[in-house]
Design a protein around this ligand. Structure first.
Ligand code: NCD
Length: 345
């Protein structure tokens, strides 16, 4: 996964998987991965999202930026936060939203992803939001849909989850300021199976984070993870020592083959973030988690619900970040400064 050559041979991702998401003017056309995007685009997403948070705090939470556009949510994997916040984001931009229920769709009758896309394209969809179990599925869609359609990756296999990474960056920026160079960020848990961790590491690197650490048992770390510019720790206390940000991850058992862990209890004893272990991080450290959280497996309830937790703020920020990416890719919003001008009429 982290080996670029290995990724290039993935037929779904293709050779051009970094460039495909930019148009000829270098503007975001699809949002498939953080890789290959510069700090200017990431900062533009964050600034635009920051402006949209004001829309989300109004009584009337709607702007007309994407009126007349149709956005189709295609989720081939389970989701609570990501699917609903993509839907809310589209609605708050005044787009029409189609939510395809895969279990009751023709996918269950054997229709291929491509045929499903072409049929929805024939209904004048302007954007697909895709979550799929196969790494590269969103890239595959972006390469095959009509040129006016944008594709947003809502999580593909173990590969990438770019909007999650950006809502996490927005949360860190709100709590710790715009300059990431003095920050120590620890990502703890099932790094091996986590598309979230991979996208976070790319985003943190691009935003010039001082130190990025990954903390996990050996069995839950990709072999060449250091190549991404992170420090590896196998011990929780050392790994979160003096951290400004502690990001906890779920054990993604649905992606595990065979026994990768002794037991959940032993995992919790060694890697669980509890009222005791959190003391190793800085006193003002923030605790993050993309959800769904498994209480008593990777995090103690009193920490998940405690004063250092920003887990629910991450969820709220998901709406603003998805509004930003939708408006930027559909070209309805030229950038940060214009988000607020799209007032309700
Ligand atoms: C994550 C995902 O689906 O990759 N969740 C999310 O999108 N908020 C992480 C997970 O499932 O553990």
């Amino acid at each position: 996964m982290v080996n670029k050559n290995a990724r290039a041979t993935n037929p779904l991702l293709g050779q051009d998987h970094w460039n495909i998401q930019l148009d000829e003017n270098g503007r975001l056309k699809h949002f498939l991965t953080i890789e290959g995007l510069g700090s200017e685009i990431l900062t533009e997403i964050l600034d635009t999202a920051e402006n949209f948070t004001s829309v989300n705090n109004r009584t009337v939470k709607k702007v007309p930026l994407l009126r007349g556009k149709t956005i189709t949510n295609l989720f081939f994997e389970a989701s609570t936060r990501t699917r609903t916040t993509f839907e809310l984001a589209a609605k708050r931009l005044s787009a029409d939203v189609l939510n395809i229920n895969i279990s009751t769709s023709a996918t269950s009758k054997g229709e291929s992803l491509l045929d499903t896309l072409y049929n929805l394209q024939a209904m004048q969809t302007d954007m697909f939001v895709i979550r799929h179990q196969d790494s590269g599925a969103a890239h595959f869609a972006a390469r095959h849909v009509a040129p006016y359609i944008s594709v947003l990756n809502a999580g593909d296999g173990r590969h990438a989850h770019p909007t999650q990474a950006m809502l996490d960056m927005l949360t860190i920026r709100q709590k710790k300021g715009h300059d990431f160079s003095g920050l120590r960020v620890a990502i703890v848990g099932d790094i091996l199976h986590s598309r979230v961790a991979r996208s976070q590491i790319h985003a943190l690197n691009t935003l010039n984070t001082g130190e990025i650490r990954v903390v996990a048992p050996r069995t839950l770390l990709p072999a060449d993870i250091e190549k991404l510019g992170v420090k590896v720790h196998y011990n929780l206390q050392q790994g979160i020592q003096d951290a400004d940000v502690v990001i906890m991850l779920r054990l993604q058992k649905e992606r595990m083959q065979g026994a990768m862990l002794p037991s959940e209890l032993e995992y919790y004893q060694q890697y669980g973030l509890t009222s005791e272990t959190i003391k190793y991080a800085k006193p003002d450290a923030i605790v993050m988690h993309p959800g769904p959280i498994n209480r008593g497996v990777e995090i103690e309830s009193c920490v998940a619900d405690g004063p250092q937790s920003v887990i629910l703020e991450q969820v709220s920020n998901g709406i603003a970040v998805r509004m930003a990416v939708m408006s930027m890719t559909l070209g309805a919003n030229a950038g940060a400064g214009t988000a607020q001008t799209g007032d309700d009429k």
